[in-house]
Structures are given as C-alpha cells and as structure tokens.
Write a protein that binds this ligand. Structure first.
Ligand code: NI
Length: 271
C-alpha cells in the first residue's frame, strides 16, 4: 500500500518533542547510545494510555494510526491492573509500532469511576479526532488531592489523569544499535551513567524464547500544574527492546503480556 511516510514522520517528530519536554533523560540516553557512525536510533514502539470510556477509548486513539496505514496486531490482558491493550504495526517495518492500553474503568471502585467520568465529561468529542490529540496533554482540571485518591487505587489512572494524552514511553530498538549487542550491555551502560532501571520482574523482562527482551528506566519526574498547586510527579520513561527472529526469519513484532505488565510499573511513584 501507499506509505504516507511524511505524515508518519511528522506525527512521531511531534510525539518525540512532547515526550522530551517532560523526559529530559531520554535525550541524554539518546546521545549516549547514538555514538555510531551516523546510524540513527531506531524507535521500536511508543505506548499510549487512556480510559475505556467511548469518547476517548483505545479505538479512538488507534484511529489516528489506522488512518496512517497501520494495522491491528495482538491484544493483551492485564487482569490485576484492570487494563486491556492492543498493538498496531505498519506494513513498513521501519515505522514504529504502537502499543495502546486502556483502563477498564467499570471494574474499578465507584469512587474512581465517578472521578474518571467527571474528568472525561470535560472533553469535547471533537478534540479526540484532531491531528494533535495524541500529544495534546490533559483536557480537564485536576486537583492534587484527586490525583492522590486515584493513585491509591490505580497508578495507571493517576498517571493518565495527570498527564493526559502524550507518549508514555519511546523505545530504543537494540537490534539497530551498532555498539551494543545485548540488553545487558545497554543496561550496564545506563547504570554506569547513573540511570535507574525498572527492576520489577528483573531488569530484563522476557527471554529469547519469548522472542522479545525488554528493559526500561524508571520514569523521570516533572512538574504538573494541578488546579491548586504544582507538584513534581513521575512523568515518562525510556524503554529498550531486543527482538528475536521467528522461524520464518522475520523479527517478532508482537509484545509479551507478562513483560508489559512489569513495564507499566516504570511510572510507579514508589518505585
Ligand atoms: Ni513498551
């Protein structure tokens, strides 16, 4: 099919700029790993978070990517965290994959449901279709106490309420790095430079048998202007992925639910 590469590149450029504004460590890590001879860092995937309320659910976010020629990939269930996710990939394998999750709001407490519905009621349905929606931030007022109430029940709900629509992480494709062959080498370099890794489920999630190994930093912290005060809270993190070939020789392009489950914890404020 016709690959509208310019539109894809523009979207990811805008997503990256938005992400770096609250994730200063990503640019430092980018420079640290990109010491090759002009071989640019390849982005394996980004991840987006939302609530499963019709107005702005997973499908509404995915529509932006389907319009760019993406196709639906696998689906993933995270029962304990009350999340559902799908990944999307483009026929052009050099275009980043997209992992979109949504909180299953109706499975949460009445208090959480009531808060989230109030937030979402403030969103005009038309903004969800606008081309900049995926990096448009928060579309509701939120005070710090409400953020903390959400945080007690669901770190995911609190993060999404505070940050709104923006990439939760970008992901370095370790397969495309020239100076690092394994995830352990990448992790060691990051630790040597003082970066803190997510150790939930071990530093490396997944295995060659899973066809995907992943690691990630713990999220940076950045100021959020709540309606009553500005507070520094976990923002976004950087992920690293090493993919292995399937029997047909093509690199595995899916995700591993057990690993993604632990990666979600990279934005844990207690982490
Ligand atoms: Ni990821």
């Amino acid at each position: 099919m016709q690959t509208d590469r310019t539109d894809v590149d523009t979207l990811f450029h805008n997503l990256w700029e938005n992400y770096c504004r609250v994730t200063p460590s990503a640019e430092r890590i980018h420079r640290l790993l990109d010491n090759s001879q002009g071989k640019a860092i390849v982005n394996d995937h980004i991840a987006l978070r939302t609530f499963n309320i019709d107005k702005l659910n997973l499908d509404k976010l995915a529509a932006h990517f389907l319009a760019l020629g993406y196709e639906q990939g696998g689906e993933y269930h995270f029962d304990a965290k009350k999340l559902y996710a799908r990944h999307y990939e483009h026929p052009d394998p050099t275009v980043p994959k997209v992992f979109i999750s949504e909180l299953l709001v109706e499975q949460c407490s009445d208090a959480l449901q009531s808060i989230v519905h109030q937030l979402v009621d403030n969103v005009s349905p038309s903004v969800v279709n606008q081309s900049d929606f995926l990096y448009s931030g928060r579309h509701w007022n939120l005070d710090y106490a409400t953020y903390q109430t959400l945080l007690e029940e669901s770190e995911y709900a609190a993060w999404t309420a505070a940050w709104g629509y923006r990439p939760n992480h970008f992901t370095v494709s370790v397969n495309h790095l020239s100076q690092f062959r394994t995830l352990a080498e990448v992790n060691q370099r990051l630790k040597d430079e003082g970066f803190r890794l997510n150790t939930s489920g071990g530093e490396i999630k997944g295995s060659p048998q899973d066809l995907l190994e992943q690691s990630s930093t713990m999220a940076d912290r950045a100021n959020v202007a709540f309606s009553d005060q500005t507070v520094s809270i976990p923002s976004c993190f950087y992920e690293f992925a090493l993919r292995y070939p399937k029997p047909d020789g093509e690199l595995y392009s899916g995700f591993v639910a057990a690993s993604a489950d632990k990666i979600f914890e990279s934005t844990d404020s207690k982490g």
